[in-house]
Design a protein around this ligand. Structure first.
Ligand SMILES: [Zn+2]
Length: 548
């Protein structure tokens, strides 16, 4: 199977002024000290926000029975976590055998326009991003993240959980063919805000549908991750997850929509060294705050059914909180909590202290609050948080809070165990809540080692010109000078590029150097119509371009 790269086909109009997206203004009335001392030329930031509570609210609006389901699901989490801890203890004592566990195969469905594709660093950048994203997930879910040294002392020993779940790029597609673990759909778009998806209330069905997007691969075998641009009503989101418990039933989502959507430029990690990926792209659209790949670490927690530490409920009234930042996303007898207090409620897990609402930015630790000094805790931003009496503060350093990527360092043991209970033990329909969030619901994801080992080698198989043609992108068109040529390296690489005028006379000829990406500079050439002929070992493809 070849890597999939689909050109939009239509004219891709790009202007010089559309390379920086300005996010919507932050809705939070108070900003943290987030990033105030960060440096870098490309900070475009807004508070982390994921759409899962808005989606819950929309589902409850479609069918009020979902309120009870969500409440039950949250209420089941501690039992799930305890079940898993007991299971592990039994295994350790030799009382129970473990099954073979394989890494979870991830397929990244990348849906962008040509400008966004360039901002990802082209094909090479996407490869680097996918690889680094897998590395981040494996570190974060296996107690191996290097930044664990930043965990406050009071949390380091007892509160640093290990989910023990591994991930790998899917290397075999549902048809048994080779795949690099990602597929790319380049869609026509005239600006960065045009190419995107906005339907939060249905979790972006257009992105998950062939034709307008890329359809899910078998959700029982693959962890589907869509990397897309959020626009319109979704403009301020970084991610939105549909866990299995959200599917089926009246008001639920189609089961083949299980998976995660993340903002495309949060894919992958630059790590602490802030090294940009290879290729001509850069990280500049990936805000520093979210450049460590933790958006997917956060959403992966939701994928396996855990909630934000503040439980998506919290205080009523007070500052103008918006949905997703403290409000219970719905009301009535089945509201998230009927015993809510000023300090907010909870996520259903015992070791994440009550937290009134999300934390943002880079919270400081060890602050003084009324009633005494709380050491090694997150700084509390609102008056009601200062009522918190937890001796070690709140779980703001969890991947499940809203802090910056470099301020989140762990899952708590209960968060980790609840997640593990979904994928590492085979007890579907176990002690979890009826109808949602049951133990073992995603167990099959860890049972397909064959999907991580390619059964074929693409080399030596001459691709047809059609395959080359469909994998080749030449853009922008029209252009004012620069022309980017990208071909899927699994199909072919560039031998030579020749530019011809209307008379067939050679205007330029360059070596493709065996690469899959090349940028031509035609700024010194007269305006007009030209042909770009790309020569490969197995054939050539010619495209017409307009130089303005
Ligand atoms: Zn979230």
């Amino acid at each position: 199977m070849i890597r999939k790269l689909i050109a939009g086909g239509a004219l891709l109009l790009l202007s010089c002024c559309q390379s920086v997206r300005v996010f919507a203004q932050a809705q939070m009335p108070l900003q943290t000290n987030a990033s105030a001392n960060k440096t870098g030329a490309h900070i475009v930031e807004h508070p982390r926000k994921c759409g899962i509570d808005q989606l819950r609210k929309a589902m409850v609006a479609r069918n009020p029975e979902w309120a009870q389901k969500f409440k039950d699901q949250k209420a089941s989490l501690q039992a799930n976590a305890d079940y898993y801890k007991q299971y592990k203890a039994q295994v350790a004592r030799g009382e129970r055998k473990t099954n073979t566990i394989s890494p979870i195969p991830i397929i990244f469905h990348i849906i962008v326009d040509s400008a966004q594709f360039l901002n990802l660093g082209g094909t090479q950048g996407i490869i680097q991003r996918c690889d680094s994203q897998i590395a981040v997930l494996n570190a974060d879910y296996n107690h191996q993240n290097a930044d664990s040294t930043m965990i406050p002392a009071a949390w380091a020993d007892s509160m640093y959980g290990n989910a023990g779940i591994s991930f790998g790029l899917a290397l075999v597609d549902p048809n048994g063919n080779c795949t690099p673990g990602y597929e790319i759909l380049i869609i026509p778009g005239t600006s960065l805000t045009d190419a995107g998806f906005s339907n939060v209330n249905y979790a972006f069905p257009e992105a998950k549908t062939a034709g307008t997007g890329l359809a899910a691969w078998d959700v029982t075998k693959y962890y589907n991750v869509w990397c897309i641009n959020f626009t319109g009503a979704a403009n301020s989101l970084l991610g939105l997850t549909v866990p299995l418990s959200f599917t089926g039933g009246f008001g639920g989502l189609p089961v083949d929509q299980e998976g995660v959507c993340i903002l495309y430029n949060t894919l992958g990690s630059v790590g602490p060294t802030n090294v940009p990926p290879p290729g001509t792209g850069s990280w500049y659209l990936n805000p520093d705050n979210y450049a460590w790949g933790r958006t997917l670490s956060h959403e992966t927690g939701h994928m396996f059914e855990i909630w934000h530490p503040w439980g998506d409920d919290g205080p009523y009234g007070g500052p103008p909180y918006s949905a997703g930042e403290g409000y219970c996303p719905w009301s009535g007898p089945n509201a998230c909590s009927t015993t809510d207090t000023a300090i907010g409620s909870d996520d259903g897990l015992l070791d994440t202290p009550p937290e009134s609402q999300a934390n943002y930015g880079n919270p400081t630790y060890g602050v003084s609050v009324p009633g005494g000094t709380i050491t090694d805790c997150c700084k509390f931003w609102y008056a009601q948080d200062t009522l918190n009496t937890q001796p070690i503060g709140i779980a703001c350093i969890s991947f499940m809070d809203y802090v910056d990527d470099d301020a989140m360092h762990l899952l708590t043991p209960d968060q980790a165990a609840a997640v593990a209970s979904m994928v590492l033990v085979s007890t579907p329909g176990g002690t979890g809540a009826t109808g949602s969030g049951t133990i073992g619901e995603n167990y099959n994801l860890t049972q397909n080692p064959g999907l991580l080992t390619p059964p074929c080698t693409p080399t030596g198989i001459a691709p047809s010109p059609t395959e080359i043609n469909s994998s080749l992108s030449i853009y922008p068109n029209p252009t004012t000078g620069e022309v980017h040529i990208s071909v899927n390296s699994a199909v072919e690489t560039l031998n030579e590029i020749v530019v011809l005028n209307l008379l067939g006379q050679q205007v330029m000829k360059v070596s493709g150097q065996g690469k899959d990406y090349y940028t031509l500079d035609l700024s010194g050439v007269s305006k007009g119509l030209y042909f770009v002929q790309c020569n490969f070992a197995s054939g050539s493809v010619t495209r017409k371009i307009v130089l303005q």
